[in-house]
Design a protein around this ligand. Structure first.
Ligand code: SF4
Length: 432
C-alpha cells in the first residue's frame, strides 16, 4: 500500500488519507468523516495514531475535517493501513474526498426545516460516480437551524427556505447569491443536475473553472435552468453560528467546545472521546467552527462537562475573546505560508484584548488561500511573500488590498483601537 505525497503548492488537490500532503512539519493526513461524525472508539484510535505516527498535533478544519500533522515517510504506510482498515480513508479517485458539509447539529436542531443529514447522504450516494467534479468541490447542506453554514464558502449552498423548500445559492462577497429554489422532494434531482452539468461543462472544455463561483453568469443560469429551479425568495436572516456554548436540542443539550485556532492535542481528542461516552451519545461531531460538538448531554451533567473541558484547554463560552481570533497553521507548519500566522495572532491577542473582548473578529492567514476562514472578518491579514501582510478591514482573504504592512506596523495601528467601532480609525484609508 503506498501513496504519493502531494506538494502543498500544487493547485487543485486536497490532501486525504490516501494522498498525504507534504507541508512544513511533515506529511499532513486529512480525514473527512461523513457529517464530521466519529464514534468514541474512532476518535480514540485517531488520537493514538496521531501520537504514534505523527507529531501529536491535530487540526479541525473550517469544513469540519480532521488533520493529523507531522507524519513522516517512515510512519505513513502504517498509518494509512490502520485508517484504511478502520474505514476512515476516503474512496479511491481524484474527486472530492467528502462532497458535503453539515451543521454538527444535523438531526438534533429543533429549528431545522428539513433533515440535512438525509439529503446529504442522498446527494453523496447519487453523485459518487460522477466524473469531472474538482477535488475541492463541496456542497453545504443547511437545514435553516441554529448553525448557518454561510461562512464555509462551499461551491453550492442548499439552504432551507421559510417553507422548508431548498434554496440553491453561491457564495459571494455580499453573502449568498440565490440561483433558484426547489421543493425538498425535488432537491436531490436538482442538486444532481447542477453537479453533473457542471462536471459536463468542464469535461467538454466549455469552462476551466474549478469553483462554481468562478463560472460566467450565463453558465450559472444554464445550470439553474438544467435543474428546473424556480426563482427564490430572500432567505430568513439568522445570527452567525455560535463557536462555543450550550445549545438546547431535541434530546438534552449539545455542548460545542472550541479549540483555539482549531488546533487539538491528542489528549484533547481522547478526552472528548471519553466525555461523549460518559455524558452523551458515544459520538463526537467535528464542527466547521473548528471545534467539537457533544450531543445528548443531560442538563445535570452540563456544568461538570464545561468545567472539565475548560480545564483541558477547550473554549466553552461563546463570549470568550479567544473566539474572536482566527488563524491558520501558518509558518513553519504550512509549506505555503509566508508568515507565522498563529504567533502573530497571539501577539494581537496579547496587546489588543479590549478590541477582541468587544467582539472584533480578526483573521490572520499565512497566505491568500484562507484555509481557516472562508468568510469576512472585521480585520483580515493575509500573508505576503515579502513577509508583510495585506490588510483587509471588513473583508476576506479573497479581497484585494492596497495596504501592505509588517506585523509591527499593524500592531502600532491597532494598539489605540479599543472597540470594534474604533477599528475604522486604525486603518482609515482602507475602511469602506
Ligand atoms: S491559508 Fe494558512 S494553512 Fe492554508 S495554505 Fe495558506 S498558509 Fe497554509
Amino acid at each position: 500500500m503506498s501513496a504519493q505525497p502531494v506538494s502543498g503548492r500544487r493547485r487543485g488537490w486536497c490532501p486525504g488519507v490516501r494522498r498525504p500532503m507534504a507541508t512544513g512539519d511533515g506529511l499532513l493526513v486529512r480525514l473527512s468523516p461523513f457529517g464530521g461524525r466519529l464514534s468514541a472508539d474512532q476518535a480514540r484510535l485517531i488520537a493514538d495514531a496521531a501520537r504514534e505516527h505523527g507529531n501529536g498535533h491535530l487540526d479541525i478544519t473550517a469544513r469540519g475535517n480532521l488533520q493529523i500533522r507531522g507524519v513522516s515517510d517512515g510512519t505513513y504506510p502504517d498509518l494509512l493501513a490502520l485508517l484504511d482498515r478502520e474505514g476512515l480513508a476516503e474512496p479511491e479517485g481524484d474527486g472530492p474526498n467528502r462532497l458535503t458539509v453539515l451543521s454538527p447539529l444535523a438531526r438534533l436542531d429543533p429549528n431545522d426545516r428539513f433533515d440535512p443529514y438525509t439529503l446529504a447522504q442522498a446527494i453523496e450516494s447519487k453523485t459518487a460516480a460522477l466524473d469531472g467534479l474538482p477535488a475541492k468541490f463541496f456542497v453545504a447542506i443547511d437545514g435553516g437551524g441554529s448553525m448557518p453554514l454561510d461562512s464555509v464558502g462551499a461551491d453550492l449552498h442548499l439552504v432551507a427556505g421559510k417553507d422548508g423548500s431548498v434554496v440553491f445559492g453561491l457564495p459571494s462577497s455580499g453573502g449568498l447569491d440565490r440561483i433558484g429554489v426547489a421543493s425538498f422532494a425535488d432537491a436531490l434531482d436538482a442538486a444532481h443536475a447542477v453537479l453533473s452539468n457542471f462536471a459536463s461543462l468542464r469535461r467538454s472544455g466549455r469552462t476551466e473553472a474549478r469553483r462554481l463561483r468562478d463560472l460566467e453568469p450565463y453558465l450559472v443560469q444554464e445550470l439553474a435552468a438544467s435543474a428546473a429551479l424556480e426563482p427564490a425568495a430572500a432567505l430568513p436572516s439568522r445570527p452567525p453560528a455560535p463557536r462555543a456554548g450550550v445549545i438546547p436540542v431535541d434530546k438534552g443539550y449539545a455542548v460545542l467546545l472550541a479549540l483555539p485556532f482549531g488546533r487539538s492535542g491528542t489528549e484533547q481528542l481522547a478526552q472528548a472521546a471519553a466525555w461523549c461516552e460518559r455524558f452523551g451519545t458515544a459520538e463526537i461531531r467535528l464542527s466547521f467552527t473548528r471545534g467539537i460538538l457533544l450531543a445528548g448531554v443531560p442538563g445535570k451533567d452540563v456544568p461538570m462537562l464545561l468545567d472539565e473541558a475548560g480545564r483541558a484547554g477547550f473554549v466553552t463560552d461563546a463570549d470568550d475573546p479567544r473566539l474572536s481570533l482566527i488563524a491558520c497553521p501558518g509558518r513553519p507548519d504550512c509549506a505555503s505560508a509566508s508568515t507565522p500566522a498563529p504567533a502573530d495572532a497571539l501577539r494581537i491577542a496579547g496587546s489588543c484584548s479590549d478590541l477582541l473582548a468587544d467582539g472584533t473578529t480578526v483573521h490572520v492567514s499565512g497566505c491568500p488561500k484562507g484555509c481557516a476562514h472562508a468568510g469576512r472578518a472585521d480585520l483580515t491579514l493575509v500573508g505576503r511573500t515579502d513577509g508583510r501582510y495585506d490588510v483587509v478591514p471588513h473583508g476576506s482573504t479573497r479581497d484585494i488590498s492596497t495596504l501592505h504592512l509588517s506585523i509591527d506596523e499593524i500592531m502600532t495601528c491597532l494598539l489605540p483601537a479599543k472597540t470594534r467601532d474604533s477599528l475604522h480609525r486604525a486603518f482609515p484609508e482602507r475602511v469602506r
